[in-house]
Design a binder for this molecule. Structure first.
Ligand code: PLP
Length: 380
């Protein structure tokens, strides 16, 4: 439903029981001293940060991470009181918000560190923070040399308490990455020693994403930061046999029109498909504006009445067409599944990713805001 009227029949079912199942999978890979810090950035990879966080909280997760201050504020203002880490750092002018909303900043560079410390001192408080080192990602965080140079300043700094030391793995999804992944773990250990020499002892140590958890465990770490596996996506193609994940998102759309077209009819923009036989075409109210990628023109598939049926012609902004000639029972209003599971069949985020030459992460994040999420849970 929209405010007053029924919505267009296109939506994404979000199966919160599957989310919890995937969490339990992640927890099976954790060592006794480790806990899951759930990554719910980018609206929980398109699944809806608030309902996902609430369900994970109910399942016992105590620590969460988002990418931006805005994402953190949305959760706090919705009443989420749990520990909330902001992975993307603190931009100038945001310092007071971290204190006011009790957010955990990740220190990525000296400048932000000094600004946060100054604000904490001004407010006569101590702000808990995690410090990130760049151990080989080539992206954000203190480079080892930079940390060494900054250490005397860090040691003197009032206002901040470094409660965590962290890094991020660059190649963990590649099972042949032992050399670089081991090196990254070593760099994290070296940074920890550097801090210890300055009498800084962070209680938390973390580096693993989903792939790191499954393939490159480290007994020194206390926190694990899975994202994609919680949502049922594989961290990499080689992980299928190690994991029993369930898809959380199921994208559905109901037939708006059915038409019988003679052989030789062109379908959709550019007539990139022409019927070779008399063809029954089902039109669904979903398109690339909803995240149904235009690259699925003439090669997408949908699950309908226990069969897979092909997409005909170009994907439009708001519509796609399916060939349902071989399904005489099909009627207007019947529900097709474009992503996820139905009738014992599945089209997974990883299947889309393989076809689109991308990763399941992007598939989920790109399901548009125009698609309402419906939350399903047998276990409330
Ligand atoms: C810093 C950080 N930690 C953890 C994650 C979660 O990674 P994954 O979704 O591969 O488990 C991400 C995601 O990109 C990240 O940026």
């Amino acid at each position: 439903m929209t405010d007053e009227f029924p919505a267009r029949p296109t939506w994404a079912d979000i199966d919160l029981d599957a989310l919890e199942h995937n969490l339990r999978q992640a927890q099976q890979f954790c060592l006794p001293q480790q806990r899951v810090l759930a990554v719910v950035k980018a609206d929980a990879y398109g699944h809806g940060a608030l309902p996902v966080t609430r369900r994970l909280l109910a399942a016992g997760v105590e620590d969460f991470a988002v990418a931006t201050l805005e994402e953190a504020l949305a959760l706090r203002r919705a009443g989420i009181e749990a520990a909330l880490m902001v992975l993307g750092g603190c931009y100038p002018g945001q310092e007071a918000a971290f204190i006011q909303y009790r957010l955990l900043p990740v220190l990525l560079d000296p400048d932000a560190t000094l600004r946060l410390a100054a604000e904490a001192q001004r407010q006569k408080t101590i702000l808990p923070v995690h410090l990130k080192i760049d151990s080989g990602m080539g992206r954000v965080g203190f480079l080892p040399e930079q940390l060494r140079e900054f250490l005397p300043t860090l040691q003197q700094l009032a206002g901040l308490e470094i409660v965590g030391l962290m890094s991020h793995l660059a190649c963990a999804d590649d099972l042949d990455s032992k050399l670089i992944t081991d090196l990254q773990h070593e760099q994290l250990g070296a940074a920890r020693q550097m801090l210890a020499a300055a009498e800084i002892y962070p209680a938390e140590l973390h580096i693993s994403n989903s792939a790191g958890l499954v393939a490159w465990q480290s007994a020194d770490c206390t926190l694990i930061r899975p994202g994609i596996m919680l949502y049922g996506g594989l961290p990499g193609a080689d992980f299928a046999e190690r994991l029993d994940l369930r898809p959380v998102m199921h994208l559905r759309s109901c037939i708006a029109q059915l038409r019988q077209l003679p052989a030789g009819s062109g379908i959709s923009y550019g007539h990139h498909f022409t019927t070779e036989r008399e063809t029954r075409v089902a039109v669904l109210p979903i398109g690339y504006a909803d995240g149904y990628n235009r690259l699925f023109s003439n090669c997408g598939r949908a699950i309908l009445h226990g069969q897979q049926v092909p997409v005909l012609g170009r994907v439009c902004m708001d519509w796609i067409m399916l060939d349902v000639t071989d399904l005489p029972q099909v009627a207007v209003g019947d529900c097709a599944t474009l992503l996820g599971q139905a009738d014992g069949l599945s089209i997974l985020g990883d299947d889309w990713a393989a076809q689109l030459e991308t990763i399941a992460y992007e598939v989920f994040c790109r399901i548009g805001s125009r698609v309402p999420r419906r939350y399903l849970a047998e276990q409330a």
